[in-house]
Design a protein around this ligand. Structure first.
Ligand code: GCO
Length: 462
């Protein structure tokens, strides 16, 4: 039961590979990230260190996670978003079900529910069973069926414990940032436009698989809500030039509208069809694929928002623009970009206007800052920049809600410091500090800030 008077859900988000650890515990199979970190050592070139999610923050361990759930209760959370490790449920990717993995997630959900916290499950947050990766992963159209089978196993395992699912987390970031960077690290080269062109095929498979699973869930009588979580970034031209404006439009089509159009309009933007059709002849969209998407609109959109992105035209760069590394904004900068809560409000209002005002959960929002962003003071971790970031983004989101956006909840990224992918443990996003040597948790100032906001509820904005 939501504690907020209008049913608004206050939550926090995480992902299996970033928190669970227990990489070989309880019959779990290997995932692509287990291999990339332990064998290919992909964190070294980026973070300067060999780091893995083998232990992470030990969230697979029940003694540990019960302590963590107690912190969630103290914070006042209504919901906790986490992802399932596919290779924990199906160690070989398909076929044999691992009963220990099933029991783990059942018990974790039961423990959350007993604490009054609703589990929100992400089916795929980037860790694919290695057996499937070796078969070609998401580039193989069979991945649609692999994902459908896995999603069915997950749904049947969790039963009525879970009434909100997210099929995929952040198609664009995983497929266009992480995977190409990892390929470039392994091959010792740079990310090329041809590599990105090929990723379009994988993204198409995600969108088909998502629509297929939504159809499957409904056909099986699932009564809850099922959606996707997208990384949405307002694309701001770096200058007033016509080239930068055109590039920002193109970036918006690829990064934002591609998946939004798929979800809510059952098609892809013309620019996407043109660019990806040209880059790779294997990029094929069957008419039936669009029909499937159109017939299976998600129940909600999960918005992952960190920062807007500045776009600079550059004929030599993939798709003719650079992004992420350009930032003329005078606003302070967090790890993921300039701190611009106004851009969150504008984004939410744009979705309201362009996509028929769908129900929205903010499924991730948070900030990683540099090494000096938080200091230990008398046993407390003081992180004023993150506290301010969270408070201002919530205020902006509630402003949008007041302006008619159908906003149903807010989940902070993240409750705990954790394994930040290629950056290893060097980037901290938690509102709870984790000592990665001892696993000791220490709530930060931002935890207290968020706790006070939750206690006041949505009524705090008009
Ligand atoms: C994401 C990633 C998270 C990151 C977070 C901070 O969904 O973007 O899923 O796993 O940790 O975004 O960069």
């Amino acid at each position: 039961m939501a504690k907020d008077e209008r049913g608004f859900l206050w939550g926090a988000a995480s992902a299996a590979y970033q928190v669970e650890g227990g990489w070989q515990a309880g019959g779990k199979g290997l995932s692509n990230w287990d291999v990339w970190t332990n064998i290919d050592r992909v964190t070294e070139p980026v973070s300067g260190k060999f780091e893995t999610g083998n232990v992470a923050i030990n969230a697979y361990d029940r003694t540990q996670y019960l302590e963590d759930i107690a912190l969630m209760q103290r914070l006042g959370l209504d919901c906790y978003r986490f992802s399932l490790s596919w290779s924990r449920l199906l160690p070989d990717g398909a076929g044999r079900i691992n009963a220990t993995g099933v029991a783990h997630y059942q018990r974790f959900c039961d423990d959350l529910i007993a604490a009054g916290i609703e589990p929100i499950v992400t089916l795929f947050h980037w860790d694919l069973p290695q057996a499937l990766q070796a078969e070609g992963g998401w580039h193989d159209r069979r991945s649609v069926d692999w994902f459908r089978d896995y999603a069915r196993v997950a749904r049947e395992a969790l039963g009525d414990r879970v009434s909100k699912y997210i099929t995929f987390n952040e198609p664009f970031i995983d497929l266009f940032l992480m995977e190409p960077m990892i390929a470039a690290i392994k091959e010792g080269g740079a990310v090329t436009e041809a590599m990105l062109g090929r990723q379009g095929i994988a993204l198409h498979h995600w969108m088909v698989a998502s629509a297929a699973v939504i159809a499957d869930f409904r056909a099986a009588g699932f009564q809850g809500e099922i959606g996707l979580a997208l990384p949405l970034m307002p694309m701001l031209p770096e200058s007033g030039s016509a080239e930068d404006a055109a590039s920002a439009g193109r970036a918006d089509a690829i990064i934002n509208r591609w998946c939004l159009d798929a979800m809510f309009k059952g098609r892809y933007p013309d620019e996407v069809m043109e660019i990806f059709g040209r880059l790779d002849p294997a990029f094929r969209v069957e008419p039936a694929d669009f029909a499937l998407m159109a017939a299976n609109r998600p129940d909600f959109l999960g918005v992952n928002f960190y920062a807007p992105s500045y776009i600079r035209s550059d004929a030599a760069a993939p798709f003719g623009y650079r992004w992420f590394d350009t930032n003329p904004d005078p606003a302070p900068r967090a790890f993921n970009g300039p701190v611009r809560p106004d851009a969150l409000r504008t984004l939410l209002e744009r979705i309201r206007d362009d996509y028929g005002n769908p129900p929205i959960y903010i499924t991730e929002n948070g900030a990683g800052f540099g090494p000096n962003d938080e200091v230990m003071e008398r046993g407390q971790v003081v992180d004023p920049l993150r506290a301010d970031y969270v408070a201002r983004h919530i205020a902006a989101a509630l402003e949008a809600k007041k302006n008619g956006v159908d906003l149903r909840g807010y989940m902070v990224w993240s409750l705990f410091d954790n394994f930040e992918w290629l950056f290893g443990y060097a980037r901290r996003f938690g509102i709870v500090h984790v000592d990665f040597e001892t696993q000791k948790r220490t709530p930060k100032l931002s935890f207290e800030t968020y706790r006070a906001i939750i206690a006041r509820g949505v009524a705090q904005v008009g």
